[in-house]
Write a protein that binds this ligand. Structure first.
Ligand SMILES: NC(=O)c1ccc[n+]([C@@H]2O[C@H](COP(=O)([O-])OP(=O)(O)OC[C@H]3O[C@@H](n4cnc5c(N)ncnc54)[C@H](OP(=O)(O)O)[C@@H]3O)[C@@H](O)[C@H]2O)c1
Length: 276
């Protein structure tokens, strides 16, 4: 379950409007935790809802140790000292003493007078320390390309545990997936529904009919069968339930190949390819 909230906050589950820009719904988060068995929460300082999640987690009654909480460091906090401070602040907003996963959100650092590479390395050294001290059980990056990961390999010690990258039928960066696998970096795919764009594609609709499932379930199941950790998001209780029901059917290899063939390179989120 993911909690991106650029579209603003919703504090109850009555608002059923579709927001392809995000949104946060307290009732939906509590429902996901209490009724759907969801245990993975993906958020970020940038989403502005860490403090709201503290309340949702408390209201759900789910124990901290049963949750996997990921949050992300935004570029305004990059650098050695800032990173450590930002991590503590995120923990405070979330009401937790440790993070299960902390990610550098974006490869571009935007620090005047310093190269991106320099700032990423400095930032990563702080992440390594946060990991060594146990404040972060695992550390990773997001939107990093092979070039960024290769630089980090030369500059730092610990290999990122995770790279969270856009992944859906229109955006299947197989070379990056293979590279991450070769270095034991877990590939986590975000926007698995292409922010809803994939759900109206005729091929996805046709396969949904064939399997007696919904287009969203086809996209999520396809990610899973490709070995990708996937994090669909919805502010609606019924869609969260639907998105969780993907473990009782299998897409044939031929149909996985059909979906694999839909890649056209389009991004529905950010394109990091211009970041050096
Ligand atoms: N690391 C990064 O840079 C980055 C960037 C983008 C996203 N992410 C992460 O990935 C998560 C998912 O990405 P996303 O929300 O952008 O895209 P997404 O999961 O591909 O799509 C979400 C959209 O699909 C709708 N939806 C969800 N389930 C549906 C269903 N069963 N049927 C029909 N429509 C459905 C949602 O509607 P409602 O919301 O109205 O329910 C929302 O408009 C985010 O929450 C965030 O945690 C990370």
């Amino acid at each position: 379950m993911n909690t991106k909230s650029e579209g603003g906050y919703k504090t109850d589950s009555k608002d059923n409007s579709t927001s392809h820009r995000g949104g946060y719904c307290h009732g939906a988060v509590v429902h996901a935790l209490q009724q759907c068995g969801v245990r993975h929460i993906d958020t970020a300082k940038r989403y502005g809802c860490e403090h709201l999640l503290q309340r949702a987690i408390r209201d759900s009654g789910v124990k901290r140790e049963d949750l996997w909480i990921t949050t992300k460091l935004w570029h305004s906090d990059y650098g050695y000292d800032n990173t450590k401070k930002a991590c503590l602040e995120s923990c405070e907003r979330l009401g937790v003493e440790y993070l299960d996963l902390y990610l550098i959100h974006w490869p571009d650092a935007q620090v005047p007078g310093k190269s991106n590479r320099e700032v990423r390395a400095e930032t990563w050294r702080a992440m390594e320390e946060l990991y060594e001290k146990g404040l972060c059980k695992s550390i990773g990056v997001s939107n990093f390309l092979i070039s960024h990961l290769e630089q980090l390999k030369e500059d730092c010690v610990i290999t990122p545990h995770v790279n969270q990258v856009e992944y859906h039928p229109f955006q299947r960066p197989q070379e990056l997936v293979d590279y991450c696998r070769s270095r034991n970096i877990v590939f986590e795919g975000y926007c698995p529904l292409a922010k809803g764009e994939a759900l109206t594609h005729p091929t996805v609709i046709q396969l949904a009919k064939k399997y007696g499932r919904t287009p969203a379930q086809i996209c999520i199941r396809w990610s899973i069968q490709n070995g990708i950790v996937t994090i669909p998001k919805s502010t609606k209780a019924e869609w969260i339930e639907e998105n969780c029901k993907v473990f009782d059917f299998t897409i044939t290899e031929d149909d996985v190949e059909i979906l694999n063939g839909m890649h056209d390179g389009r991004h529905v989120s950010w394109d990091p390819s211009f970041i050096v």
